[in-house]
Design a binder for this molecule. Structure first.
Ligand SMILES: Nc1nc2c(ncn2[C@@H]2O[C@H](COP(=O)(O)O)[C@@H](O)[C@H]2O)c(=O)[nH]1
Ligand SMILES: [Mg+2]
Length: 302
């Protein structure tokens, strides 16, 4: 049976979706969003794919008590057997580059240069250490509570409807896998593209596999010629979710796509960054701890 919807299921107005009418939900172009939503509803779930960032998108920015949520690199850093000098230098680098990553004024070109410096230094720092496989899995279990509320609903919906989900992370792939596995989100329809470690036969880290994925080059370069790309050739509508301006380009390589509906989770430096996000995303959620908006859209796709 086709999963397409009929005309009566189409939205007449954005106001038909209560979750889109909250004060922390910002929509730069309601007409364009209505068009994208109705195209996705009309085509149904059989034409949909989901492309999502991991750090601070599937996981929250902060917990209800205000505590920052570890990034996938931060998860690795928290493993007990990791030497203190690595941890100190890792934190020092992050304290320099994280503010640059979310700087509202610096150009993306300028930020990109700094991100490349960060990633090259970070990856060099990893070399020579033993991969703490079990410790990272233990940290993964602690991350289960750090997922946004509603991620489980999104994963189970996409499993039920067999909608492919790409988790596209500029973080550390092994940590992303550990957190997804711990939460039972690493199901067959969920694929991960990220920076994975290159290790020798004794599990000593020798570097990162392939090209570096940083927050401003997450685009077709990393997706083409992958198992995921062949999986989604017939799926020309994309629900894209990210927390960084650079995430808005994650589906750029999918030339066959008609509609890319982009949801931005803005949780750092929100006020000065809002206009930048409105220029890149169809929906900007400010300080939003849940997946209520994406789930409200998906449940309309029969
Ligand atoms: N503590 C560190 N955080 C890092 C490092 N390199 C990147 N990052 C953060 O990870 C995410 C990127 O992952 P994504 O899943 O969101 O694409 C981003 O927020 C960076 O701040 C690092 O070396 N150390
Ligand atoms: Mg992120």
């Amino acid at each position: 049976m086709s999963s397409q919807n009929n005309e009566t299921d189409l939205l007449k107005s954005i106001d038909d979706v209560p979750e889109l009418n909250k004060e922390n939900v910002h929509i730069p172009n309601k007409e364009e969003l209505l068009h994208k939503l109705n195209k996705m509803i009309k085509d149904g779930h059989s034409k949909l794919q989901i492309v999502t960032d991991f750090d601070h998108t599937l996981t929250r920015h902060t917990m209800d008590n205000g505590k920052s949520v570890l990034t996938s690199f931060g998860m690795f850093r928290e493993c007990p057997s990791i030497p203190q000098d690595y941890k100190d230098e890792e934190i020092r680098l992050a304290s320099i580059y994280k503010p640059i990553e979310v700087d509202p004024v610096m150009s993306i070109e300028e930020k990109t240069k700094h991100m490349i410096d960060w990633y090259q230094a970070a990856h060099k720092l990893l070399q020579g250490m033993k991969f703490p496989k079990q410790e990272l899995m233990d940290i993964g279990y602690k991350m289960v509570e750090c997922f946004r509320r509603g991620v489980q609903e999104l994963i189970l919906w996409s499993q039920r409807q067999q909608v492919p989900v790409l988790v596209f992370s500029a973080g550390l792939g092994e940590s992303v896998l550990a957190a997804l596995k711990a939460a039972d989100f690493l199901l067959p329809h969920v694929k991960v593209i990220s920076n994975f470690l290159a290790m020798d036969e004794s599990d000593t880290i020798v570097g990162i596999k392939g090209e570096v994925i940083h927050t401003y080059n997450k685009n077709e370069a990393a997706i083409k010629d992958t198992e995921y790309f062949s999986l989604v050739r017939t799926r020309h509508n994309v629900l894209l979710m990210g927390d960084n301006i650079g995430d808005a380009g994650m589906a750029e390589g999918m030339d066959h796509c008609d509609v890319v509906l982009k949801i931005g989770f803005l949780g750092r430096n929100a006020r000065p960054n809002l206009q930048n996000y409105l220029n890149k995303f169809d929906i900007v959620l400010v300080d939003e701890p849940t997946m209520d908006v994406p789930n409200a859209i998906l449940k309309r796709l029969l």
